[in-house]
Design a protein around this ligand. Structure first.
Ligand code: C2O
Ligand code: CU
Ligand code: CU
Length: 526
């Protein structure tokens, strides 16, 4: 753990900076300055109405002193009682459970000492309800989101999206889950209730006073924040007690930058039933899984052959090639494990129970896109990853509001072929030092597109095959995705529909430090 004395000038103690921030009135008075920025409230009454408050708080995370955090608190105004559920006593926001077809209204109230806006990562909603960085609200203000749940059953992720402050706001604790249900999924009778367990994985760093430390200085700003403490559902050394039966474990990587290679310690293969955008058509089995920030995996885990008292550990397994050697060196000097083998959480079988659940061999029936389904099969929309002036860019530009390139204009209600690749840049050499390809600074970027889910058509690789062999079996490229890991040397083709809504929709790296640095652009759907 980096001790306080080793913090560089660019590090800061989260708690201290919050305490120094200007003071705002924090009462429960909602009559204050309320700015409703949503363009048009729907005339039909919502089925579900929620008040979501972003505020400062103190939460006990480690032994001893509590930790100052920023968090979401929810109140159900209208709708089914199970819509909101608290994540134990952690800082994570309430889990929102919605049903496809519901009309939803969320009142976000900003009680933080800073501008914010919440984004419903994975949901297909109009621009005015997407948490666009331009929709940020000041302290004391509210924002009303009004949308219909168009998504199929899936597990999604809500978090702040103010430009240049997303990483620090998520780091301080602002994050939560959105679970969508639909009839198709219900009919399968998958494990539910206490047998359906969300697991949110994050890494953090703390000082001796249990305050969050956003350390890492130089390597953080280049490669993203890495912490030395793994939290699952907001807790260290997470232990899950289960019965000897089938479970559904739903994992989200809500870390700022860390990519995990998930594997059971006894070598048991992992059975995947779903990814970002919901259930796969049929289960997939893998020796391990790669999970980048904002990616989700839905696992079927059968503990029925395990005796009471047995333990199973989900580990981060070692891998290479996703982070530059140089960055790994800098992080190791700070005492950070980057891609080594270490435990993430432990499952303990504590009781005997029998059920007769069978893993369905047919989970869903999503039509598989082909390149010919796109309007531009021979002329893909590019997302070129490069490094310029010591920062990563997309399509050669840093983010700025409303700076739309001709190739970023997309006709509404079209299906587009998109090509995501490392641009070797103008260094002359293939993958020169600054090139995004195989150069010294080349690294994996989890590229996320707002709006409707996409499908991965192909993943091609050219580069160091030894490193690649440590990760390549961990990608699930079937199913509906909203974030895809683009490793050094990879070129990924996706097909994505842009239906229903005109407006500007973000695409960006979900390494949050990269996103804040400007590795973000937007498509103008028109
Ligand atoms: Cu998870 Cu643009 O966001
Ligand atoms: Cu998103
Ligand atoms: Cu990136």
């Amino acid at each position: 753990m980096p001790s306080v004395s080793r913090l560089s000038r660019r590090d800061f103690l989260i708690a201290t900076s919050a305490a120094l921030a200007p003071n705002f009135a924090f009462g429960n008075d909602s009559s204050g300055s309320v700015a409703s920025t949503t363009s048009a409230l729907s005339s039909t009454a919502p089925d579900v109405e929620i008040e979501l408050i972003a505020k400062r708080d103190n939460v006990r995370i480690l032994e001893g002193a509590s930790t100052p955090v920023w968090r979401y608190i929810g109140n159900l105004i209208k709708g089914p009682q199970n819509t909101l559920s608290q994540f134990g006593d952690s800082y994570l926001g309430p889990t929102m459970r919605f049903v496809k077809g519901q009309r939803i209204r969320i009142h976000l109230r900003n009680e933080l000492p800073q501008q914010t806006i919440a984004h419903w990562h994975g949901l297909h909603v109009p621009m005015a309800a997407d948490g666009h960085p331009m929709s940020v609200i000041d302290p004391g203000q509210s924002y009303i989101y009004d949308f219909e749940m168009l998504n199929r059953a899936s597990m999604n992720f809500y978090h702040p999206h103010p430009h240049e402050e997303t990483a620090t706001q998520v780091y301080r604790g602002l994050a939560g889950l959105i679970i969508v249900e639909d009839d198709e999924e219900r009919a399968l009778g998958l494990p539910s209730g206490e047998y359906e367990i969300p697991l949110v994985i994050q890494d953090r760093a703390f000082n001796a006073a249990n305050q969050l430390v956003y350390g890492g200085g130089m390597h953080r700003s280049m490669f993203g924040f890495y912490g030395d403490q793994i939290l699952v559902n907001g807790k260290p050394n997470y232990r899950l007690e289960v019965a000897s039966r089938a479970y559904r474990l739903r994992l989200l990587n809500a870390s700022n930058a860390r990519i995990y290679k998930l594997g059971w310690d006894d070598g048991e293969p992992i059975t995947v039933i779903g990814v970002d955008g919901g259930l796969l058509n049929k289960p997939e089995t893998r020796p391990y899984l790669m999970l980048a920030p904002s990616e989700r995996v839905d696992l079927w885990v059968d503990f029925s052959s395990r005796p009471v008292g047995s333990k199973l550990i989900m580990r981060n397994m070692s891998f290479s090639g996703l982070i530059p050697e140089m960055a790994m060196g800098m992080m190791q000097d700070d005492g950070l494990s980057v891609s080594e083998n270490f435990p993430l959480f432990t499952v303990v079988v504590t009781r005997k129970e029998t059920e007769s659940l069978k893993l369905p061999q047919l989970l869903s029936n999503v039509k598989r896109f082909r390149i010919e389904d796109a309007v531009n099969p021979t002329n893909p929309v590019p997302i070129a990853i490069a490094m310029q002036h010591m920062s990563f860019t997309l399509n050669g530009r840093e983010y700025s509001h409303d700076d739309i390139l001709p190739r970023e204009r997309i006709p509404v209600d079209t299906v587009q072929l998109i090509d995501i690749f490392h641009d070797h840049g103008g260094m002359g050499m293939h993958g020169g030092m600054m090139g995004g390809g195989m150069g010294m600074m080349s690294m994996a970027h989890p590229i996320h597109l707002h709006g409707q889910s996409f499908q991965i058509i192909s993943r091609t690789f050219e580069g160091n095959t030894d490193s690649y062999a440590t990760v390549r079996d961990g990608f699930i490229d079937v199913g509906l995705k909203d974030t895809v890991i683009v490793s050094p040397g990879e070129r990924i083709r996706i097909v994505k529909p842009f239906n229903n809504f005109k407006g500007r929709f973000m695409y960006h790296c979900h390494n949050l430090e990269h996103e804040d640095m400007g590795m973000m652009r937007e498509f103008l759907v028109e």
